[in-house]
Design a protein. Sequence first.
Length: 138
Amino acid sequence: MKSHTAYLKMHTPERCAIVNITDRVEAELARSGIREGLCLVNSMHITSSVFINDNESGLHQDFLAWTERLAPYDAHGYRHNLSGEDNGDAHLKRTLMGREVVVAVTEGELDFGPWERIFYGEFDGRRDKRLLVKIIGE
């Protein structure tokens, strides 16, 4: 069995954003030479996420609005913020949207369902972060 590891650097100018990273993951799959296996993509930061869904801008705006309603940035009372941080909401948003995805690799391609794409969700941006791409197989 072969494996391939890559770290993708992410940096959003906005505090909250959704970024389609499918092309970057597909490029790593091509570099790996793996034709059959699994591809793991995960955020290595506790205030950002990786998830699979549709690449539709209205839906992305809905995700950001939904997570903001559930965990508003300006809410007082996050115990985490008592430590001097201001990102208690971002930790909660990450939990809602998920840490990682695993996609099957079939015949050298990510084996998606209709409309599926991989996204990076940022909830405390404006600084460098990393994603792990780990591909294993033959």
